[in-house]
Design a protein around this ligand. Structure first.
Ligand SMILES: N[C@@H](CCC(=O)N[C@@H](CS)C(=O)NCC(=O)O)C(=O)O
Length: 222
């Protein structure tokens, strides 16, 4: 098979790449990696020494592609019938901006909170966690203003930003729940988790849900 995805079914950034693959029904070989196990992670570490997943390996083109956003862009360039990045340059920049927004101001603060929960007591960072929570709350408020009446992040077409938003909001909302002050965000989230591509990734993650180190354990959307 041309494409191999090094990933773990529970990993939030891997969900983002999986959505890109599932949106277009692109065939690939899933390689589930245990980062704590040297043998299990050896092939991925050799390809991408940063050793963070997802990592896509294209055996036909001889290309290694790390970083979920870049994977989606690569799939768009070479494999996707339905493109997830807009063709129009101005809209493509907008997609880039909001993709960064979800990664940097929701997804990574969520990881900070989750990561702190698995530290030993003396290594905990309450100030950093409070900052992460405040960043997520501020981001929710920004999104409530930004989303308007759009179905998806940028309009009628589902795309890169929605791939980024799905796992970021799924996991962040377990640590920082949506409030009554953000009804548009809550409705957008409801659409994201029912999208078949994301629901498929979530169903594959479900056997591992108890491992999630957040206050509330995830459940499948109903
Ligand atoms: N910037 C990367 C982030 C990837 C990332 O943080 N992946 C996490 C899993 S969700 C990981 O590999 N964590 C393991 C570690 O940090 O050791 C992307 O967008 O793909």
């Amino acid at each position: 098979m041309a494409l191999k995805l090094f990933y773990h079914p529970l990993s939030s950034f891997c969900h983002k790449a999986l959505i890109g693959l599932y949106e277009n029904n692109i065939p690939f070989e899933p390689v589930s990696v245990n980062l704590a196990d040297a043998q299990s992670s050896a092939e991925m570490r050799a390809l991408w020494p940063v050793a963070k997943f997802p990592v896509l390996r294209d055996e036909v083109r001889g290309q290694t592609v790390p970083e979920a956003t870049v994977i989606i862009e690569y799939l768009d360039q070479h494999y996707a019938a339905h493109k997830l990045l807009p063709a129009d340059p101005d809209r493509a920049i907008k997609a880039r901006i909001w993709d960064r927004f979800f990664d940097l101001y929701i997804h990574m603060p969520m990881q900070k909170i989750a990561g702190d929960n698995i530290r030993s007591a003396e290594l905990r960072d309450p100030h950093g966690v409070a900052e992460a929570r405040a960043t997520i709350e501020k981001s929710y408020a920004i999104l409530e203003q930004e989303l308007g009446d759009r179905t998806w992040a940028l309009g009628d077409d589902y795309g890169l930003v929605d791939c980024a938003a799905s796992p970021a909001l799924f996991y962040a909302s377990l640590a920082v729940p949506f409030s009554d002050a953000t009804p548009k965000l809550r409705a957008y989230y409801g659409r994201l988790v029912k999208r078949p591509s994301y629901l498929r990734a979530l169903k594959e993650a479900e056997p591992f849900f108890d491992w999630v180190p957040l206050d509330v354990k995830p459940t499948l959307p109903v």
